[in-house]
Design a protein around this ligand. Structure first.
Ligand code: RP5
Length: 187
């Protein structure tokens, strides 16, 4: 399996699962945030529709394996977060992946509109949702793991400092040369 889609830290606390390799473009943002906060996690493709037995096995063994939060991203008829939640009492955070045809509205409604009794904490569509799922997972873990809570606190302080450091966008636009993201060079 592609290394990027089967990352495994020793003793992961968070499992990031997604319905397809095509979801990685979105879900890697969750993985990057967890890495920056020092949260051990694993990433895996687990599909509600294409690999239902694997989904059941993953969700039902997650608690026993030491996972404390699951982040599940899926697009379209996005059953992965809800079905995962149905097989574990661990908190499940759902990330609606932006679908091509309906721009993720289908994913959002599929994940958010769970019947009473089986909750999925649903985040925003796309990258913002993936980032916030990781931050929310860190906040949940922070109740028990002090180092993670403090890492999250530092993240917040640095985020505020970055905004305060550039209060006037017209000034910063002039002062900072445009960086070509693809080439990694200023031009
Ligand atoms: C869902 O179907 C996946 O979560 C993905 O967002 C969507 C499309 O999957 P692919 O056809 O790109 O594999 O199960």
């Amino acid at each position: 399996m592609n290394n990027q889609l089967d990352r495994k830290d020793a003793n992961p606390l968070v499992g990031i699962i997604m319905g397809s390799t095509s979801d990685w473009e979105t879900m890697e943002h969750a993985s990057n945030i967890l890495t920056s906060l020092g949260v051990p996690h694993e990433t895996r493709v687990v599909s509600a529709h294409r690999t239902p037995d694997l989904l059941f096995e993953y969700a039902s063994s997650a608690e026993q394996r030491g996972l404390e939060v699951i982040i599940a991203g899926a697009g379209g008829a996005a059953h992965l977060p809800g079905m995962t939640a149905s097989k574990t009492v661990l908190p499940v955070l759902g990330v609606p992946v932006e679908s091509k045809v309906l721009k993720g509205l289908d994913s959002l409604l599929s994940i958010a509109q769970m019947p009473g009794g089986i909750p999925v904490g649903t985040l925003a569509i796309g990258k913002a949702g993936a980032v916030n799922a990781a931050l929310l997972a860190a906040a949940i873990l922070g109740n028990k793991h002090v180092a993670i809570r403090e890492a999250l606190r530092r993240f917040r302080v640095e985020q505020t400092d970055r905004v305060m450091a550039q209060p006037d966008p017209s000034v910063s636009a002039v002062a900072i040369p445009f960086k070509d993201e693809k080439k990694g060079k200023h031009r």
